[in-house]
Design a protein around this ligand. Structure first.
Ligand code: ADP
Ligand code: MG
Length: 397
């Protein structure tokens, strides 16, 4: 895999570089302001290195999940503004993805200049399952640039036009963020120092069961919190009220618990609410006695103590997924407590996942306490599962 530093050594001055970055930041639902700019900051080293080397940088990125058509709600305008502030230069935003306006603005780019293309998911072809459809968009990307650099680690598990197909059409390089992520993930998959403890939470239960399946033989302990713990609690025969539950996964969870032979550790207490809201009525209940009319929105203090005890002697930790709905104040303590225990580990601690990384920053935790904060949740999980990631495979070609 050639890196952006190889490209810079080759000489990139005056060349048009299409840089796929992961700028998929969370926005406030009402004001559309960026609530955490971590991903934008993480993309700066590669971007700045290219500018310093005199490249004309054309940044491609996605934001949220628009439905394959322009939608002002998902415009990258706030990202262009923030990127400009952080770089100390004007970052114009093309009105389209790879159309007339993009072409005109690329023409106008000066050496060291930066242009942001509009949300690549405004084109249905970006995420299409049809190779020819993606290929047509990738052809248009390819005419915009001389070389391609992929620094969007958070998207390398996607076979998308701006991640996969374009790299087949122009000389391609890995950005610094992608290189760093790979280095850390390799340390987690090749002979990790033990005890190796994985902490999983978040909301995407069925997504993450595959990871549990793959990691279970490799880890010493697996701590499960967040929305996904309720499917496990149900598998143990407990009622979970109106908590997040994936009924069709209960059987799988039962089998995993049996296979784990005590290595899967579940919450012992839960912060429950009468509804999903920051002003809900809350109560603390044992994990095996959640009332029918309540929903679990965070792990309780006894669980934080239990998980902390399981983490204290760990030498390698991977944490993905908040322990609760940390976006709302009454359900933050579980994530905070477990995040602190992960940060206190003497060894390699890796935080993976967009929301988990955002939680570290939003809760004001010390980012330096962690060995690495990954920007890509799905991508790091699929890597740990041992799957081939299309965006990486194409870079290695
Ligand atoms: P990551 O982005 O770190 O991979 P996920 O996207 O899987 O994490 O999950 C993050 C989301 O999970 C957060 O928005 C959080 O509110 C939600 N979540 C955590 N615990 C619960 C719960 N008990 N019930 C519902 N949602 C939860
Ligand atoms: Mg997420």
């Amino acid at each position: 895999m050639r890196s952006v530093d190889d490209l810079i050594a080759e000489g990139v001055s005056g060349r048009r570089v299409l840089l796929r970055a992961d700028l998929n930041v969370p926005l406030d639902k009402t004001t559309r302001e960026i609530t955490d700019d971590g991903r934008i900051r993480a993309s700066l080293p590669t971007l700045q290195a290219l500018r310093d080397a005199g490249a004309r940088v054309i940044v491609a990125a996605h934001l949220g999940r628009p439905k394959g058509t322009p939608d002002p709600q998902f415009s990258l305008a706030p990202v262009a503004a923030r990127l400009g502030e952080l770089l100390g230069t004007e970052v114009p935003l093309a009105a389209d993805v790879a159309g007339d306006d993009a072409r005109a603005k690329v023409e106008a780019l000066a050496d060291g200049g930066v242009l942001l293309l509009e949300n690549v998911r405004f084109e249905a072809a970006e995420t299409s399952k049809d190779d020819a459809e993606r290929g047509e968009l990738a052809d248009r990307f390819a005419t915009l640039a001389d070389v391609y650099v992929d620094d969007a680690f958070g998207a390398v598990h996607r076979k998308h036009a701006s991640v996969f197909d374009v790299a087949q059409r122009v000389p391609h390089y890995a950005g610094r963020l992608v290189a760093r992520e790979l280095e850390v993930l390799t340390r987690l998959t090749t002979d990790p120092e033990r005890p190796y403890v994985v902490v999983l939470g978040g909301s995407k239960v069925s997504d993450k069961l595959a990871v549990i399946e793959a990691l279970l033989p490799k880890v010493d302990r697996l701590l499960v919190g967040g929305g996904m713990c309720f499917t496990f609690l149900a598998a143990q025969g407990h009622g979970v009220g109106s908590s997040l539950l994936e009924v069709d996964q209960v059987e799988t969870c039962r089998r995993l618990l049996a296979e784990a032979d005590g290595r899967i550790v579940l919450p012992v207490d839960v912060v429950c609410a009468d509804r999903f809201g920051a002003d809900a009525e809350t109560s603390l209940t044992p994990a095996d006695a959640i009332p029918d009319d309540l929903m679990g929105l965070d792990v309780g203090p006894l669980t934080v103590d239990l998980f902390t005890a399981e983490l204290v002697d760990a030498r390698t930790v991977f944490w993905n997924g908040p322990m609760g709905v940390f976006e709302m104040a009454p359900f933050q303590a579980g994530t905070r407590g477990v995040a602190e225990a992960v940060g206190a580990v003497d060894g390699l601690s890796v935080v993976g996942g967009g929301d988990s990384a955002a939680a570290v920053r939003v809760l004001g935790l010390d980012e330096d306490a962690y060995g690495h904060i990954s920007t890509g949740g799905g991508a790091s999980l699929e890597y740990l599962e041992g799957r081939e990631l299309p965006g990486l495979a194409v870079l290695a070609d």
